[in-house]
Design a protein around this ligand. Structure first.
Ligand SMILES: Nc1ncnc2c1ncn2[C@@H]1O[C@H](COP(=O)(O)OP(=O)(O)O)[C@@H](O)[C@H]1O
Ligand SMILES: [Mg+2]
Length: 340
């Protein structure tokens, strides 16, 4: 690949500072993705300019005018602290004529909204949990609470990374539901979504590509066999606290024992979900498969986490991509999307 001038877009608090070298340092861990990606880009021989973006477009504009990057590596997950606005950054890059890694703005916007994406998938006969939305700032009318398929999982409609997911997110009745919705409203200042709880295996499927799609080996959050149904969720603590996860016997691993036909079915489904949500670049799809083998979509994560030990990178590694090769693949897809 030709050597590129890569403008890395990062949150100001995630700047990959060169003096951080100790992987156990909390300051390092906080910026691990940025450090991993920058290191890989340099190793590939590219030039890197880190641009910090919070609530202004100006830093990007200045970099584009003065440094003339070939491509932006988009590691932003919000704009001005708002996750729902991350797609504006991709829109800006598009308008500025700069290729960028990851998803196009339309796909980002559709997938970020858990309810909107489920409406689209349902239209295409893809299985999604039944759900109801509880808008922030609106009083909840009694009829909204009728005929709900308990137990439910209550979560934020747009937050990611299990923010707001705890044991109390699993609710059995209207009282528990209302109290959790209220807590989420206070915590996130955004809409809450209550979904039918899907009991089953939790599968994560990485997909890369624009037109031609590559589905990566399937990952899984495996639960301890003694865990009760309501304990089987990726709470914030389960997702981010390795020691706690070990303690309760949960494990992120490759999905084992799936029949070839089941694997093939999940791969086909993953491509359909990716296409129907207009995704591009790379994404991780969070799915649940029940005992009968029916697969439901929990959510799609365009520009999913790509630290070296995140599911997407581990799955890519199993598919034969060394970390640098994964980063190079994402660059290529970004360049290709622009010229398509
Ligand atoms: N409908 C559901 N049925 C069962 N578990 C769910 C459901 N929705 C969410 N969960 C659990 O909560 C976790 C986080 O939900 P998810 O929709 O993936 O949000 P996030 O964006 O925080 O990752 C999931 O990984 C899963 O363990
Ligand atoms: Mg998820």
């Amino acid at each position: 690949m030709k050597k590129l001038r890569v403008m890395m877009l990062v949150h100001p608090e995630m700047e990959p500072l060169d003096h951080l070298t100790d992987r156990k340092d909390p300051q390092y861990l906080k910026r691990e993705t940025e450090i991993d990606v920058k290191r890989a880009l340099l190793k590939l021989g590219h030039e890197v300019l880190v641009v910090k973006v919070h609530d202004e477009l100006q830093p990007m504009r200045t970099a584009i005018e003065q440094w003339q990057p070939d491509i932006a590596f988009n590691l932003l997950e919000d704009f001005a602290g708002d996750g729902a606005q991350d797609f504006y950054v991709a829109s800006y890059l598009h308008m500025a004529g700069i290729p960028f890694t990851g998803c196009n703005p339309r796909g980002m916007m559709l997938a970020r909204d858990k309810a909107l994406s489920k409406k689209i998938l349902h239209y295409h006969h893809i299985k999604v949990p039944e759900f109801r939305i509880f808008p922030y700032g609106k009083t909840i009318k009694a009829n909204k609470l009728r005929d709900l398929p308990y137990p439910l999982i209550v979560k934020s409609n747009i937050e990611q990374g299990s923010v707001g997911i705890a044991q109390a997110s699993y609710v059995n009745n209207a009282g528990e539901l209302l109290s959790r919705v209220e807590q989420l409203h206070d915590m996130t200042r955004g809409d809450a979504i209550a979904e039918q709880y899907i009991n089953g295996r939790e599968l994560y499927v990485g997909v890369m590509g624009n037109q031609r799609l590559e589905v990566l080996p399937i990952r899984e959050l495996s639960f301890d066999e003694k865990a009760t149904q309501e304990q089987r969720i990726a709470t914030y603590k389960v997702k981010w606290n390795d020691r706690y996860r070990d303690k309760i016997g949960f494990k992120y691993c490759f999905a084992k024992g799936l029949h070839n036909s089941t694997r093939a079915k999940i791969e086909t489904l993953a491509k359909r979900i990716y296409r129907k949500l207009l995704l591009s670049g790379y994404a991780r799809l969070d799915l649940r498969m029940d005992k009968g083998g029916d697969v439901y979509v929990l959510e799609a994560n365009p520009n999913a986490a790509i630290t070296h030990d995140d599911d997407l990178a581990l799955a890519a590694k199993k598919a034969g991509y060394k970390y640098e090769n994964l980063i190079e693949r994402l660059l290529r897809l970004g360049l290709q999307a622009r010229s398509a």
